[in-house]
Design a protein around this ligand. Structure first.
Ligand code: ADP
Ligand code: MG
Length: 459
């Protein structure tokens, strides 16, 4: 027979979406009942706290309305062993593209030691203690902290996604730092997906695949990869990352990945990879709300020994909304101007400085570039994406590719894909051609600059 708690949960189930229910409520179990007090069990501290702050009231209401009396609950943490990752097994057995013979004798001896220093690439500014939590990033921040607390257990992999300047990289470094603080001998590997690709390509080219493989698959206790979207469309790198992922996951090592969008929306990312990235927790970071923006400004100002009145913090926070990086830039500009002019900072001053320069702009998209270039040269967007090599079309196409690379930060393969599925080498060649041509050809140079200006204003 179902217990009083399971019945209440059952009653709540239809009111929540399934993922939420499975993630946060289902794991909470009843241990015992003593009058009005329900003793519950959560499998870890993070889950307990998240449940308490987000779903406990709902559960208590449900209990009260079912039994027409009030209940209290106490939750204890009872650790369970992490789930066995048997899902990875079948594909692991597949033969790998490169034939790599693993000679233990010739392996380099472990990852480079870190004599007293933090892991390569981590920036001490980006620690958890300087990260401001708000509704906009709460799940991502809490999960990052939980992953650093209990690496390789609940939130593995942890996938953090969101727009630029919203703190993804900061959280990723935070995980690395926290793990390092707790255990300086832990082998933490942090790098951008772009670096991963470059190292992979170099390793293949120089016949150093053994070292590469040892570094990422064997001598690594925690892998932190930034901006994974970069490798979409790069088949060999994706394939390699897939094997790295499996090896580490199998071994119960923590993996944290960031991206600018959810796994399913990454065009050109293999299905088997996106499905793995979905195995753990997928958490977003959103643009900060006003309250969080104020808190961030105040914290940054305090860190830099700047005195800011609440009104000033508020006026900056009101003017700059899009992301935290812009917010930091705005604070810097305001204080630099104030020092330069030797004046006190007040709300009026903030407006005079930021009023003109607020760069609260959405990022430039590939579509926007294609549209502007098509209009400028009077060609159709479908022609830009097409295959015709007539110069009247191939020139604008190359310019559009070049501008996409320069202004949108998209990878070569992604640009290729968005121009009718062209190979990334076509995009690379186009960028090189335009760069060379712009040196010699005045008109072309002028056209590129005019378009760049237009797009800059547009965004
Ligand atoms: P992303 O990787 O999402 O593009 P970053 O992590 O590089 O963004 O963040 C941009 C800047 O904003 C960094 O200097 C970071 O420290 C700061 N930042 C972002 N979010 C927060 C936050 N919640 N609290 C404090 N600083 C933040
Ligand atoms: Mg980043």
């Amino acid at each position: 027979m179902a217990d009083i708690w399971s019945e209440a949960l059952h009653g709540l189930e239809p009111r929540l979406d399934r993922q939420t229910f499975d993630m946060w409520l289902r794991p909470i179990r009843l241990a015992s009942v003593d009058g009005d007090l329900l003793q519950l069990r959560a499998p870890n501290r993070f889950l307990k706290e998240w449940f308490e702050t987000h779903y406990l009231d709902l559960a208590l209401d449900e209990l009260e309305s079912r039994h027409e009396r009030k209940f209290k609950v106490a939750i204890e943490v009872v650790e369970e062993p992490p789930p066995a990752p048997e899902r990875a097994a079948p594909e692991l057995a597949r033969p790998h593209l490169e034939v790599v013979v693993d000679h233990p004798a010739t392996r380099p001896t472990g990852s480079p030691p870190r004599p007293g220093g933090p892991p390569r690439g981590l920036h001490p500014r980006y620690r958890f203690d300087s990260f401001i939590k708000g509704g906009c990033n709460e799940l991502a921040a809490s999960a990052a902290m939980a992953a650093a607390d209990e690496p390789g257990t609940r939130f593995n992999p942890l996938f953090i996604y969101g727009g630029v300047g919203l703190g993804k990289t900061h959280l990723l470094h935070g995980v690395g730092y926290e793990l390092y603080r707790k255990d300086p001998n832990l082998r933490i590997v942090y790098l951008s997906a772009e670096q991963f690709m470059n190292e992979f390509v170099t390793a293949v080219r120089n016949n150093e695949f053994d070292q590469f493989r040892a570094r990422y698959r064997r001598d690594c206790d925690c892998l932190l990869i930034d901006d994974i979207q970069f490798i979409s469309g790069r088949d060999r790198t994706m394939d390699e990352f897939f094997h790295v992922f499996n090896a580490l996951y199998e071994a119960g090592k923590q993996i944290v990945v960031t991206a600018d969008r959810v796994p399913a929306d990454m065009a050109g990312m293999e299905e088997r990879l996106t499905s793995r990235l979905n195995w753990g927790l997928v958490a977003d970071v959103q643009p900060p709300d006003l309250e969080t923006r104020i808190a961030i400004i105040q914290t940054k100002a305090a860190r830099d020994d700047l005195e800011l009145s609440p009104q000033v913090a508020l006026s900056i926070a009101e003017l700059v909304r899009s992301n935290v990086r812009e917010l930091e830039g705005a604070l810097l500009r305001v204080t630099a101007f104030a020092q330069l002019r030797g004046v006190e900072i007040d709300a009026e001053f903030v407006r005079s400085v930021l009023g003109k320069t607020v760069t609260d702009k959405p990022p430039i998209t590939i579509e926007a570039v294609q549209k502007a270039v098509a209009a400028y040269f009077s060609v159709k967007i479908s022609e830009l994406k097409g295959k015709r090599r007539h110069r009247g079309i191939s020139r604008p196409r190359m310019i559009a590719m070049y501008l996409c690379r320069q202004l949108t930060g998209s990878s070569f393969p992604e640009i290729g894909m968005r121009f009718g599925g062209k190979d990334h080498s076509t995009v690379i060649n186009a960028c090189k051609r335009i760069e060379a041509l712009a040196q010699a050809d005045e008109d072309l140079h002028a056209a590129v600059e005019s378009l760049r200006g237009q797009l800059g204003l547009l965004s």
